[in-house]
Design a protein around this ligand. Structure first.
Ligand SMILES: C[S@@+](CC[C@H](N)C(=O)[O-])C[C@H]1O[C@@H](n2cnc3c(N)ncnc32)[C@H](O)[C@@H]1O
Length: 214
């Protein structure tokens, strides 16, 4: 288990210096396939309002925008926001905006929050705060998706195992789906129903349950 201080903003400024897309998110088959798996894992066809902190150049954002009435994508780097905003220009309800978590968190309720290749930049305290904010702003029946690279990166504050253990242990969230392979972990969590008509403390609903198949 690795847990170091949150990665400073200067790291990201340096990553984007002279590089439009430092992680080659728009080019690599690795990313395309992972994005396809991420999108396929979303339990519902359509979301009302999604939040995607750390959107970079907006490649996953554009896929999310196809499935969301409204999408708010944030990044701390203005040059990334500018590229993401271009990618989202054809989607009426989607916007890429400058925003830095955990210092900032958007107002309002979301039914989807996506942490894609982001949480390993934060120390335990910041991760705990981000996950509690996610639960606090998640609509009943809403989903949190986390997807993170498993290999060692010296600059990261935490590894994927630690991050995903935190996500799965977060009070208020129930695991709905997990995809695990050598290179990355993907977890889909649903918000607990705090109470149901039957008076039970319900878990988040599976896709078959949502579709009335079980
Ligand atoms: C590895 S990229 C991931 C991009 C995208 N989520 C994806 O999966 O394709 C991480 C992005 O998060 C942004 N970022 C890092 N820390 C952030 C923070 N505290 N608040 C907002 N954005 C942040 C970086 O600028 C970078 O663009």
């Amino acid at each position: 288990m690795m847990n170091r201080p949150s990665v400073p903003g200067t790291y990201f400024a340096e990553m984007y210096r002279g590089r439009a897309d430092p992680w080659h998110l728009a080019e690599r088959w690795y990313e395309q396939r992972k994005y396809a798996l991420t999108m396929a894992s979303l339990p519902v066809r359509r979301y009302r309002r999604a939040f995607e902190p750390g959107c970079s150049v907006g490649v996953l954002s554009a896929l999310l925008a196809e499935r969301c009435d409204r999408l708010l994508s944030w990044d701390r780097r203005p040059e990334a926001v500018a590229v993401a905003a271009k990618r989202l220009a054809s989607f009426d309800g989607a916007e890429a905006v400058h925003g830095v978590v955990p210092e900032q968190w958007p107002d309002g309720e979301f039914d989807l929050i996506v942490f894609s290749e982001l949480l390993y930049y934060f120390d335990a305290e910041d991760r705990a705060w981000l996950l509690s904010e996610a639960v606090r702003s998640l609509a009943e029946g809403g989903h949190v998706v986390a997807v993170h690279w498993r290999h060692h990166v010296p600059e990261h504050a935490a590894d994927a195992e630690t991050v995903h253990a935190d996500v799965r242990a977060q009070p208020g969230l129930t695991p709905l789906a997990r995809h695990e392979e050598d290179d990355f972990l993907l977890d889909v969590m649903g918000r607990h129903e705090t109470s149901t008509d039957a008076g039970t403390n319900g878990a988040a609903l599976s896709v078959a349950a949502l579709e009335g198949l079980v």
